[in-house]
Design a protein around this ligand. Structure first.
Ligand SMILES: O=C(O)c1ccccc1N[C@@H]1O[C@H](COP(=O)(O)O)[C@@H](O)[C@H]1O
Length: 214
């Protein structure tokens, strides 16, 4: 069984689908430019539907302390996903200031990017490997672009922290991605949508069923 996180949820119906399907984490996106972003107040409300066995993850991108504090004032979160260019020192500072575990996203395009994850092994609680947004993609988001990276780059890699795979994952490519990387946890956002920001409960269900079959 591969553990799965469903990210970018912003309705009760889709949160309930992720819970019913057995997601081990659900993600709320606070990056304002994303079609998946929601207000801290709505995340707080939706988070109350989530049982304590499932982690509520808050996704932020290069957020300052004030922004994170404003989110946490309205939404109870169990984990912060830092999806920007946060340095190891910044990761350590966020953990110390807010007392929450941190998952650092490492953006991957080439083998050196995977090696760069080592710098976070002493400060983060988890790593998440996602596709580096291609320069050729106008208005690319820092993540959530439905693009996979070369999974072979992770083959045989071992880390001192639990890690997850993300980037363009959907029910149709999940088995191959897991086989290629050895990932035991995966994350998706656009792979369970009909269009950017619009999740489909059947796709959520299907993605989770495939993950749990692996
Ligand atoms: O989904 C977004 O809009 C987003 C915006 C800014 C940073 C990260 C974002 N999404 C995260 O990116 C990965 C991969 O997403 P996808 O499956 O390729 O759509 C995942 O962690 C998303 O939560």
């Amino acid at each position: 069984m591969v553990a799965a996180k469903i990210c970018g949820l912003k309705t009760a119906e889709t949160v309930d689908a992720a819970i019913a399907g057995g997601a081990f984490m659900i993600g709320f996106n606070f990056f304002a430019r994303s079609p998946r972003s929601l207000s801290p107040a709505l995340a707080g409300e939706l988070g109350q539907r989530v049982p304590p066995t499932i982690a509520r993850v808050g996704l932020v991108v290069d957020a300052g302390d004030d922004e994170i504090a404003a989110i946490l004032a309205e939404a109870t979160l169990d984990l912060l996903q830092l999806h920007g260019h946060e340095t190891p020192d910044r990761v350590a500072a966020v953990k110390a200031r807010f007392g929450l575990p941190v998952m650092k996203v490492v953006s991957v395009a080439e083998v050196g990017d995977v090696a760069a994850a080592r710098a976070y092994e002493d400060v983060a609680d988890r790593l998440l490997f996602d596709t580096k947004p291609p320069k050729s993609l106008a208005n690319a988001l820092p993540g959530g672009n439905a693009i996979s990276f070369d999974w072979g780059l992770l083959k045989g890699a071992a880390f001192r922290l639990p890690w997850m795979l993300a980037g363009g994952l959907h029910a149709g490519n999940l088995a191959e991605a897991v086989q290629a990387t050895g990932a035991r946890a995966v994350d998706t956002s656009s792979g369970v949508e009909d269009r950017p920001g619009e999740k489909n409960v059947n796709k959520i269900k299907e993605f989770l069923a495939v993950a749990h079959s692996l």
